[in-house]
Design a protein around this ligand. Structure first.
Ligand code: KIV
Ligand code: ZN
Length: 526
């Protein structure tokens, strides 16, 4: 079977979607997880967009771009300044890649770039050759290829290949095409572009019509051998093609596609949960592969069938995507050694001693409250305890009074950056509102809560609740200077936070502290 290269752009196109901003530590954790998932290429960011983006791409290049790790790519518009910045960011990786792009559709050429087709070809030649003079591995994308004249695409792509591009990526930037058209476009490119058979042809689809995965699969069937995808399908507008859908389609239907990937499918759920926790972007329950209901059989006839033989209604095993129902045979009397062994088996191989201690203390507390501690619980605890921003303010205690006939009231005790303890209280429309108002009285950062979601990590009344939220500062800190590469417009900055606890009010408070600390860290970096 031919191999399909998986190019993950969660940290670039995914992070570009409104509100999905991650901080540098979160980006590094996601990149490490993508390496465990065994993606072939990580597009780590758009280095010229902001100093923070540059720093994150460079850190990932140094820490994750090892010789046996993935290729690390940085995005650049087709300009020398962008390409220089991308190269500077990725050059420390063992396998660096420069990914440069220029729009080719008449709509973009006329209205956005105000450029003729001839000027477009000349710019591609010059900038791809320049990128090649710096880096052996160069990818070129004709933006809005889905709406470009195919005959013109053949000319542009030939120029890019002659100038040294080793991958030509075909984006359906606005998610406009259908699988039949997109498949035919790829077939046409391979047949009619001189040199196309000597390079990797890649596909990059957006989901505006809900066809991103279908278009990507059509592109692969037509001969493309790289798929550009994101975890949970996050990305601009309706998102990008989702990694898990492509990986599992190829895994589940090998006879049909006759293609394979190197993805370790058992890392899919963990990757999905991490991206949800860090971006605050919830996965819809009926989302293929990673949605909460993706493996749930509700109907009686289905349950009966699955009990008799899972093959009746299950085309994939939950374990294959890392959805383990396996319970930890660890209880409150288990020792640190057994716990650490279990974490190793789950893939947490690089936790420091301090991190392990923190996770172990949380596990002990949880084992006191819950009869059965599952792997999913442990993942939630680790995300809550270890994948948090540096604490400027620390939540010490909360106490909530709520119920019918009372005004929901919260009292909070926080430790501040000066190591002093502050206590305050407030009332709210509900207990969460009361907690957030009480915290606001102490921390004093004006903001609005734009999203709030609670999910149960496992089933049952004693389940751990995971809260993800997003806040937006309201003191004029709107644009963050980080530019969307396609529109050139700076985005509104939002900060996500996550928390997990068997008490969802405690989880809500932790999520809020997580978002506020991110905001304050961001300010002090500025
Ligand atoms: O959708 C798109 O066109 C892109 C390019 C930058 C590859 O994301
Ligand atoms: Zn895109």
């Amino acid at each position: 079977m031919d191999k399909v290269y998986i190019f993950d752009t969660t940290l670039r196109d995914g992070e570009q979607s409104p509100g999905a901003t991650m901080n540098i530590d979160e980006k590094l954790e996601v990149a490490k997880q993508l390496a465990r998932l065994r993606v072939d290429i990580i597009e780590a960011g758009f280095p010229i967009a902001s100093p923070g983006d540059f720093e994150a791409v460079n850190l990932i290049a140094r820490e994750v771009g090892t010789a046996d790790g993935p290729v690390i790519a940085g995005l650049a518009r087709a300009s020398k300044k962008d390409i220089d910045r991308a190269w500077e960011a990725v050059r420390d990786a063992a396998k660096p890649r420069i990914h440069t792009f220029l729009a080719t559709s008449d709509i973009h050429l006329k209205h956005k770039l105000r450029m003729t087709r001839e000027q477009c070809v000349a710019q591609v030649k010059e900038t791809v050759a320049y990128a090649k003079s710096l880096c052996d591995d160069v990818e070129f994308s004709p933006e809005d290829a889905g709406r470009s004249d195919p005959e013109f695409l053949y000319v542009v792509l030939e120029a890019a290949i002659k100038a040294g591009a080793t991958t030509i990526n075909i984006p359906d930037t606005v998610g406009y095409t259908t699988p039949w058209e997109f498949g035919a476009l790829i077939e046409g490119i391979i047949a009619n572009t001189p040199g196309a058979k000597d390079v990797i042809v890649s596909v990059h689809c957006h989901n505006d019509l809900g066809l991103a995965t279908a278009n990507t699969m059509a592109g692969l069937m037509a001969g493309a051998r790289q798929a550009e995808v994101t975890v949970n399908g996050i990305g601009e507008r309706a998102g990008n093609t989702s990694l898990e859908e492509v990986a599992m389609a190829l895994y589940t239907r090998p006879q049909f596609f006759n293609l394979r990937t190197d993805i370790d499918t058992t890392q899919i759920m963990r990757s999905s949960r991490m991206v949800t926790a860090f971006t605050g972007m919830q996965v819809q329950p009926n989302k293929a592969i990673v949605g909460a209901n993706a493996f749930a059989h509700e109907a009686g006839i289905h349950q009966d069938g699955v009990l008799k033989n899972p093959l009746t209604y299950e085309i994939m095993k939950p374990e294959t995507v890392g959805l383990s129902s396996s319970e930890l045979v660890l209880g409150k009397h288990s020792g640190r050694h057994a716990f650490s062994n279990r974490l190793q088996e789950m893939g947490y191989t690089d936790l420091s001693q301090e991190a392990l201690n923190l996770a172990f203390q949380r596990f002990k507390k949880l084992a006191d409250k819950k009869k059965v501690v599952s792997e999913a619980d442990i993942e939630a605890i680790i995300a809550d305890e270890l994948y948090q921003p540096q604490e400027v303010w620390k939540l010490e205690h909360i106490q909530i009074v709520s119920g019918t006939g009372t005004k929901p009231t919260a009292t909070v005790e926080l430790t501040g950056p000066d190591d002093k303890t502050y206590t305050d209280a407030d009332i709210g429309t509900g207990p969460v509102d009361a907690i957030y108002k009480a915290i606001n009285r102490v921390v004093g950062v004006p903001n609005v809560l734009t999203e709030f979601a609670v999910n149960a990590v496992t089933e049952g009344i004693d389940a751990v609740g995971e809260v993800t939220i997003r806040v937006q500062p309201t003191n004029g800190e709107s644009g963050n200077g980080k530019v969307n590469p396609q529109t050139g417009i700076a985005r509104q900055r939002t900060f996500s936070g996550h928390g997990a606890n068997t008490d969802i009010l405690v989880a809500s408070a932790r999520a809020y502290m997580s978002a506020l600390n991110k905001l304050l860290n961001y300010r002090s970096r500025q």
